[in-house]
Design a protein around this ligand. Structure first.
Ligand code: F6R
Length: 263
């Protein structure tokens, strides 16, 4: 894993947007996996800025979102689909035919999940998957104990996730108990992965998934099994890492190691 520690949320967002933009410039028909939540909001704002000011072209990019709450229609105010349109898609030249977000109000979530997996395959697989991390260490909605071989499926949300996400709803009882989520196996098949995290409340899980053992109890630790992961953190989220000096040395001397990392 390449660990990039930035001073604050603003720099985390700018750095991660630049990483995404670089991949789109390299491959115009990039297949991009996307996350929702608070963490990527400014990354998406930066991407919009790069689109408007530098002409970053999304017209051939295909996107697959990680997850959606079961029971919410695509235009529900708390749906991840609406989140994506409000925060990114409507501000760029996204082609709606190439935008995939799991359908929360599908009649048959299991069948839908299989269809979603097939669409990812048909698109040629995900080139770059953007991830956040939950307070319980989840990636997408792969809650503690999720199999590392899991595919897109229905997952019951963990108590902590329901409480964490209650801030987006009027009351905690309104938070859906289930979601459709890409599996860890699905995520690990992405060619490159970019995980972003900010804030002191993510410090413990970031230390656990980066420097702790690989364990289904912190599902983000599955990323240790992937060969191309970049983690962009702000200082508060990185505050419990023990090898900060090493990560910063690598970041600052990247030109020396770039060839070895193949980046
Ligand atoms: C959202 C998702 C989740 C979030 C995680 C962090 O699509 O997959 O795993 O990335 O819950 O959420 P925030 O960014 O709100 O702290």
């Amino acid at each position: 894993m390449e660990i990039i520690i930035t001073p604050d949320y603003e720099q985390m967002s700018k750095t991660s947007a630049r990483i995404i933009a670089r991949e789109i410039k390299k491959k115009h028909d990039l297949v991009l996996g996307l996350a929702t939540g608070d963490t990527p909001v400014e990354t998406y704002q930066e991407l919009v800025k790069i689109h408007k000011e530098e002409g970053l072209d999304f017209s051939k990019v295909t996107t697959f979102n990680l997850d959606e709450y079961i029971g919410l229609a695509p235009l529900h105010k708390n749906s991840y689909n609406l989140f994506m349109w409000e925060n990114l898609f409507k501000h760029i030249n996204a082609n709606s035919e190439n935008v995939y977000v799991p359908q929360g109000n599908t009649d048959d979530p299991e069948e839908f999940s299989q269809w979603y997996e097939e669409q990812i395959k048909k698109a040629g697989g995900i080139d770059l998957q953007v991830l956040g991390i939950g307070g319980d260490g989840h990636i997408a909605f792969n809650e503690p104990g999720s199999s590392f071989a899991s595919r897109t499926r229905v997952k019951a949300l963990y108590k902590q996730t329901i409480e964490d996400n209650a801030r987006f709803f009027e009351k905690v009882e309104d938070v859906p108990r289930f979601a459709i989520t890409m599996g860890i196996g699905t995520i690990l098949e992405a060619r490159k992965i970019l995980l972003i995290a900010n804030g002191e409340n993510k410090a413990d899980v970031c230390a656990q998934f980066i420097e702790g053992p690989v364990s289904s109890q912190i599902t983000a630790s599955a990323l240790q099994l992937h060969s191309y992961v970049t983690v962009v953190l702000d200082e508060p989220a990185a505050s419990k890492l023990t090898r900060t000096e090493y990560y910063n040395w690598v970041r600052d001397n990247k030109h020396l190691v770039q060839k070895k990392l193949g980046r």
